[in-house]
Design a protein around this ligand. Structure first.
Ligand code: FCB
Length: 445
């Protein structure tokens, strides 16, 4: 595989998520989600931005499919808004919600784009949050019900299913840091939420397999290499701690190792919500692991402000202040494969926000984004060459969209979206990606 040429069956995709692009937040029977509630609460999202309209994808999905078709994109990862399907979280099904995704899927298949559906990308029905949300075990049955209904309706056409997107973010950013919906600040809730997320995943996998012939099922984690700032034992211990917090606390239980003991101790949590049989259910075999990779962290031991570790970044940064560090993806892929051995891996998100998207003669030139995607694709290729079974890559994101608590201030799209007019314009990065797909190679200009 010289010249960074990819295997013939490599999956070239783009990714989005329901709340970030759909809009139509209360249309056709959709229920309120925790992100509707959060973004409608003053002070939670930068500039008071909301996903009420977003990219209006709910009405423009045909155009967006055409856009992908024109670019030669082979696969599309989107997420399904749970409150469109079950407005109250469980019970009564909203047929219009199922119909929306059914049409979307038909539209994709008509033009030969393979759908990859994520069941949960953070828009929990508010009705379930009112009962405790992910911190309460009742959510597990509700998720399995939702997964069952959705995969029964779409499973004849959608073969690739991702149960959850980034459970660490749902649990810790949503329930501990309070930066995401539901905006709580309670470590115990966050740890319980992690468990109920993982259990929801584990319990829904057999249900999805039952409903979907030839299913390809997995889960997506945000994995971030944690590197010690120096080789001192103290810094290495600090990095190992953050690795436990962000990476091992999810990788270990998914692969049958249970929760890492150092973390259970550090959280000072009795884990009394773990019931007999839960850990076996969580460790259900999957077909793949989805990895979202953006950056690495540097970690140093620190006793300031009662914080034993300090996480920091340096070097060339994206607009998110995430270091551009492609080598970290290579190292991560090697580590995950050799230490955990998932049958397959997809890069379900990788991409960058840069403030360089000003039009020149109507063209959006984004050389930093081109270089970001290219360099990451190259190391994916190198990882494949050392035997890591990476089967596909999804750029985050197809469209500039609602970047959670940053609102619309951060643009990740390879396609520019004018938020006033909703006009879509392919940036240089989209055109580069299109050529890379045609050449099956990252080694192109
Ligand atoms: C990931 C999310 C995705 C997007 C990117 C930038 O954590 O899964 O929705 O916001 O970050």
């Amino acid at each position: 595989m010289a010249n960074h040429t990819f295997p013939k069956d490599f999956v070239w995709g783009t990714a989005t998520a329901s709340y970030q692009i759909e809009g139509a937040w209360n249309k056709d029977g959709k229920g309120e989600s925790i992100w509707d509630r959060f973004s409608h609460t003053p002070g939670k999202v930068l500039n008071g931005d909301t996903g009420d309209v977003a990219c209006d994808h709910y009405h423009r999905w045909r155009d967006d499919i055409q856009l992908m078709k024109d670019l030669g994109i082979k696969a599309y990862r989107f997420s399904i808004a749970w409150p469109r399907i079950l407005p109250s979280g469980s019970g009564k099904v909203n047929e219009a919600g199922l119909e929306f995704y059914s049409q979307l899927v038909d539209g994709l298949l008509e033009v030969g784009i393979e759908p990859y559906a994520t069941l949960y990308h953070w828009d929990l029905p508010q009705a379930l949050q009112d009962k405790g949300g992910w911190a309460d075990r009742m959510v597990v049955d509700a998720f399995v019900e939702y997964a069952d209904i959705t995969t029964r309706a779409l499973g004849d056409r959608v073969k690739n299913w991702i149960t959850l997107n980034e459970p660490w973010v749902s649990a810790f950013v949503g329930y501990r840091d309070g930066h995401h919906a539901p905006g709580h600040k309670d470590l115990n809730e966050a740890v319980a939420a992690s468990h109920h997320l993982l259990l929801s995943h584990g319990r829904s996998v057999p249900v999805i397999r039952k409903n979907v012939k030839d299913a390809n099922v997995g889960i997506t984690l945000n994995l971030t290499p944690q590197m010690p700032a120096s080789q001192s034992l103290a810094d290495r211990k600090a990095a190992n701690y953050i690795d436990g917090y962000i990476n091992r606390f999810f990788l270990d239980p998914l692969t049958g190792r249970g929760y890492p003991e150092d973390m259970v101790k550090a959280f000072e949590n009795s884990m009394s919500f773990v019931q007999n049989g839960d850990m076996e259910e969580i460790a259900v075999p999957v077909d793949f692991l989805g990895i979202n990779y953006y950056t690495r962290n540097l970690v140093r031991a620190d006793e300031k402000d009662n914080q034993p570790q300090t996480v920091f970044r340096e070097g060339v940064m994206t607009e998110m202040e995430w270091e551009v560090y492609p080598r970290g993806l290579y190292n991560l892929l090697g580590r995950v494969h050799f230490a955990y051995g998932f049958p397959a891996i997809y890069i379900t998100e990788n991409g960058a926000a840069f403030p360089d998207d000003k039009p020149v003669n109507g063209e959006f030139h984004d050389p930093d984004r081109v270089s970001y995607i290219k360099e990451h694709l190259k190391v994916v290729n190198e990882a494949i060459n050392i035997g890591v079974p990476v089967k596909g890559y999804f750029v985050w994101s197809l469209l500039d969209n609602f970047e959670w608590s940053f609102g619309y201030s951060k643009r990740f799209g390879i396609v520019h979206v004018d938020l006033e007019t909703q006009k879509r314009t392919a940036k240089s990065s989209a055109k580069w990606y299109s050529r890379a797909i045609a050449a099956q190679s990252a080694e192109i200009d």
